[in-house]
Design a protein around this ligand. Structure first.
Ligand code: NAG
Ligand code: NAG
Ligand code: NAG
Ligand code: NAG
Ligand code: NAG
Ligand code: NAG
Ligand code: NAG
Ligand code: NAG
Ligand code: NAG
Ligand code: NAG
Length: 495
């Protein structure tokens, strides 16, 4: 009885209440109306959004929906607000006080990647945060609304191994007072995390699987030699780099909220990995990872809530094709792809599309594929009879297609356990059902790859874990101490 109670307390204090939100960019030719946007958010059960401004109609439309909103001070207002307490107070009166409590504004993102995008405003950045904070204090809203500023992860230098990461020292004179501000107000570090760019810029040193949260064989996991922590994905490594960079400046209890993360579904010829399948894999895995509350290797179980970049494809964004294709939906509200979310723990899609499949790499050496195919159909005990001539999976008759069938059958037969979709590096896991025509792949529930539309984001039920947990988010100082308390309780139980 006592043990059960203690374990419950442990779960309650240590388990996070991390959430998934969505960014709403507006560089769109036929921008949906606020009414249409909110209808989409409700249909998809999206409970947290970030706006890049504080659009009045949008905030009015979000009123009484229960949706939590992070609003932003756009960069072009930053200099004015950072130089004048009165301007800041005026901004807060018009854009915040006028909307709460009907609209549940929970945070203000002051500027966007200011140190890297608008360095001439850096000298007034902390002033801007402080002025806005004092206006919130004056309106008695500072407990429910947190003030911070989103950073590009490029302000962190040497982010692998994470234990050696530090903030670009050019900005220490801004970062130190900023972190003091975040700590003293119980706010959090806002960080934009883009494994897509880390991968693109790594010249091959970061494997795609590692960026996409695909399972890696244990011998391929990245290990931080200083801490012996194992990293199975780039996202965790970047978030831990931020924790280490903060602790390098002696700040050890500021939580991280990822204000942007995602993957583009389309790119130009120089962006071959901006594909629908990769975008789906990244975002589906990211959502599962965040909602699983497993935290990062450095801070297990400390929530890292994350806003997906982004709700809509933004056709007016300048730059390479990928810039226009980060969205989960097109401007009509049609999903660009259907996320695969079942199996996310407390959050379940009702679309039963949590299948994953193991497929052969088209680029792999055909002798290696043949050897792996022979192994799967022999010692691997896969039933390869559908591949025989005249059988349903014989066509297309090539080694990639046949290896894909056999690899997947093996992977499903092994209950998709980690390391069973590797085949010496010639296979990878995908969420796209490779079944075709009458060739139905194991694990596809009898459906062939042509079906499936439906919701992009799952309706969610987080009621089981909320309540006792949410306050950690808004009270950064207590996070670490709850974990320590939890650990003490655990050792009390074990001993
Ligand atoms: C607003 O959001 C916060 C944080 O999620 C939550 O605790 C609070 O209950 C919400 N308020 C309303 C009125 O829904
Ligand atoms: C700034 O304005 C707030 C009200 O918004 C006020 O409480 C505070 O004292 C002002 N600070 C300064 C330095 O004038
Ligand atoms: C640090 O920031 C400065 C100013 O933006 C920049 O010039 C420099 O290249 C950065 N250092 C590194 C290593 O990125
Ligand atoms: C961090 O704390 C240590 C020990 O108190 C001190 O030696 C060091 O100078 C501090 N570093 C910074 C950046 O304040
Ligand atoms: C979820 O968390 C548990 C324990 O923290 C971990 O063992 C498991 O691998 C995680 N699952 C995913 C999908 O991250
Ligand atoms: C989805 O995942 C859950 C949990 O891993 C599993 O119980 C369920 O059978 C899966 N559904 C399908 C259709 O594969
Ligand atoms: C998912 O659930 C919603 C509401 O319960 C329902 O309207 C919809 O048809 C379901 N979708 C599928 C694919 O079953
Ligand atoms: C697979 O899809 C095609 C096209 O929709 C359909 O004609 C075929 O009957 C399906 N096969 C199975 C086994 O469901
Ligand atoms: C799938 O999409 C088609 C065409 O958009 C639509 O007619 C059909 O109702 C959709 N099915 C489901 C289950 O949503
Ligand atoms: C979600 O929560 C509601 C209310 O708490 C409950 O009625 C419903 O059965 C839950 N749905 C699932 C799928 O757990």
């Amino acid at each position: 009885m006592a043990i059960l109670l203690l374990l419950f307390l442990l779960a309650c204090s240590v388990n996070g209440d991390s959430f998934i939100g969505v960014n709403i960019g507006t560089d769109i030719t036929n921008m949906p109306s606020p009414t249409e946007i909110v209808a989409l958010l409700k249909a998809q059960s999206i409970q947290h959004v970030r706006l890049y401004d504080a659009d009045r109609t949008m905030l009015l439309t979000l009123a009484n929906t229960g949706i939590r909103v992070t609003v932003s001070v756009p960069n072009d207002l930053l200099l004015g607000i950072g130089q004048s307490n009165a301007t800041a107070a005026n901004w807060v009166a018009h854009n915040i006080v006028a909307h709460v409590p009907a609209t549940n504004i929970t945070a203000i993102a002051v500027g966007s990647e200011v140190l890297t995008a608008l360095p001439n405003a850096a000298p007034v950045l902390v002033n801007a945060l402080q002025y806005i904070q004092s206006a919130l204090v004056a309106a008695n809203l500072d407990q429910q609304i947190k003030v911070s500023t989103p950073h590009s992860s490029s302000v962190i230098i040497d982010s692998f191994p994470p234990s050696q990461a530090f903030f670009n020292r050019t900005w220490d004179h801004v970062m130190v007072p900023l972190l003091k501000f975040l700590q003293s107000t119980g706010s959090y570090l806002m960080l934009n995390v883009y494994p897509y760019y880390d991968y693109m810029q790594s010249d091959g040193s970061i494997p795609l699987d590692y960026a996409l949260f695909r399972p890696l064989p244990p011998n391929k996991e990245a290990v931080d030699a200083n801490t012996m922590l194992h990293y199975t994905n780039v996202f965790d490594a970047v978030v831990d780099a931020a924790y280490f960079a903060m602790s390098y400046l002696n700040f050890t209890n500021i939580p991280v909220v990822v204000t942007e993360s995602g993957w583009p579904s389309k790119g130009d010829s120089s962006e071959p990995d901006a594909t629908t399948d990769n975008a789906n894999t990244y975002n589906s895995n990211l959502i599962r990872h965040v909602l699983n509350n497993s935290g990062t290797p450095k801070h297990p179980r400390i929530p890292v809530s994350t806003y997906i970049y982004e709700l809509y494809n933004e056709d007016l964004r300048p730059g390479p094709a990928s810039e226009k294709n980060w969205g989960l939906f097109d401007a009509n509200g049609a999903p660009v792809y259907t996320l695969h979310l079942t199996g996310a723990g407390t959050v379940f899609a009702n679309d039963t599309t949590n299948q994953t499949f193991c497929v052969a790499k088209g680029s792999a050496d055909s002798k290696m594929l043949q050897a792996a195919l022979d192994w799967a159909c022999g010692p691997g005990k896969v039933d390869c009879s559908p591949l025989r001539e005249g059988q349903e999976c014989h066509e297309p008759d090539n080694v990639v297609a046949h290896a894909t069938y056999a690899f997947n059958a093996y992977y499903q037969q092994m209950d998709k356990s980690t390391g069973t979709c590797d085949f010496k590096g010639v296979a990878f896991v995908t969420t796209t059902n490779p079944s075709h025509g009458s060739c139905v792949f194991p694990g596809s529930g009898g459906k062939n790859g042509t079906s499936s539309n439906g919701t992009a984001l799952a309706p969610s039920n987080t009621s089981t874990t909320s309540g006792c947990l949410s306050q950690h988010y808004y009270n950064g100082g207590s996070l670490i101490s709850s974990v320590i308390l939890g650990a003490l309780l655990l050792s009390a139980v074990v001993l």
